[in-house]
Ligand binder design. Structure first.
Ligand code: NAP
Length: 328
């Protein structure tokens, strides 16, 4: 493994691959803080210094966990967190982007993280009730107050990105982007590129599915959010496995894993792209990091894309309720 290169999200320098920390608190079954902290320390030691969290992940648990892990190493880390979900998991979705909420959420995140500033502060979902100018105006005040360094949006639509950027430079757009979710390529990514906004693909491994690790739901905890996601539903899951089988074949021909191939494909989307694969385990962290060394030719990229054509992906990426809050 060579040194982890640097990429830029707007003017923010980050490691070319980040670490998604959500699963350490939320969504993917049982968690183990000691294991997660060891993984976070290993990430920093290896040069993966761009950490992704949210106040929503474990309702503060994830930010507190990261705060503990980076205590004493703050200067090595680019900390990204998010605000916007005012509900708990399982409760009806409540998105808030009003100025008072933005200020209050930031204070709470700073306290839980145990830091005096956040490097990249994202709005997790656009609040349909509040003009984006109000939300980003409040976020810009946080920059002026020194509490936040750079601003980001997550799952914002192209028009919203433009309006937001007119209020204050947006450094990064974080949205789902992987071999089986390519929605943002048509409109949102071109607008980001025009405006110099970096792209942060979340769930770049298709929530783990593209690694070939899940042949059924059997190993998933009852509380695992993937049980409610259409692509993992009975019937769809079996159809989607055909895509993974093809990826595994292509990966074997290059002596890498299917997960590494899927990640390398995302890394090859451009110099302004910084995926944040999520894992709780050092073994996967190391495997994912090694994907930075996988070189793909135009022929490789075409073969990979041919293995996962949009019309063969069975099921939406989110349930019907969650879909109403993306591309906002
Ligand atoms: N902005 C948003 O709305 C939003 C939404 C979702 C996620 N995110 C962010 O994006 C990050 C990544 O997304 P994600 O965690 O949903 O999905 P992901 O990165 O596509 O996949 C994570 C899943 O894959 C497993 N995994 C990781 N590397 C693996 C490997 N090499 N081999 C086998 N399995 C592997 C993980 O298992 P283990 O955990 O067991 O290691 C976990 O179950 C999150 O952590 C979060 O920070 C943001």
């Amino acid at each position: 493994m060579t040194d982890v290169p640097t990429r830029y999200l707007g003017e923010l320098a980050v490691s070319a691959q980040g670490l998604g920390c959500m699963g350490m608190s939320h969504g993917y079954g049982a968690t183990d803080d000691a294991q997660s902290i060891a993984t976070l320390h290993r990430a920093l030691d290896l040069g993966v210094t761009f950490l992704d969290t949210s106040d929503f992940y474990g309702f503060g648990h994830n930010e507190e966990l990261i705060g503990r892990a980076v205590a004493g190493r703050r200067d090595e880390v680019v900390l990204a967190t998010k605000f916007g979900f005012a509900n708990r998991l399982g409760e009806p979705t409540s998105i808030r982007g009003d100025a008072a909420y933005v200020r209050q959420a930031c204070e709470a995140s700073l306290r839980r993280l145990g830091v005096d500033h956040i490097d990249l502060y994202y709005q997790h979902r656009v609040d349909p009730q509040v003009p984006i100018e109000e939300t980003v105006g409040a976020m810009a005040e946080l920059v002026r107050a020194g509490k936040v360094r750079h601003l980001g949006l997550s799952e914002a639509g192209a028009r919203t990105v433009r309006r937001a950027h007119a209020v204050h430079p947006i450094s990064a757009l974080q949205s789902e982007w992987s071999l089986w979710t390519r929605d943002l390529e048509a409109e949102v990514a071109p607008v980001c590129r025009e405006l110099g906004i970096g792209l942060v693909p979340f769930s770049p491994l298709g929530r783990g599915f593209l690694t070939g690790r899940y042949n059924s739901l059997d190993g998933l905890a009852e509380t695992d959010v993937r049980r409610g996601q259409p692509r993992f539903a009975d019937g769809n899951l079996e159809r989607n496995l055909a895509i993974v089988a093809k990826l595994e074949e292509l990966a074997a021909a290059k002596s890498v894993t299917a997960g590494q191939l899927a990640l390398a494909w995302v890394q090859h989307r451009g110099e302004d792209v910084v995926p944040i694969p999520g894992t709780r385990r050092q073994r996967y962290l190391e495997e994912n990091l090694a994907a930075l060394d996988v070189e793909l030719t135009p022929e490789d990229l075409a073969a990979i894309e041919a293995a996962a054509p949009a019309e063969r992906i069975a099921g939406d990426r989110y349930d019907a309720n969650s879909l109403t809050f993306v591309n906002g």
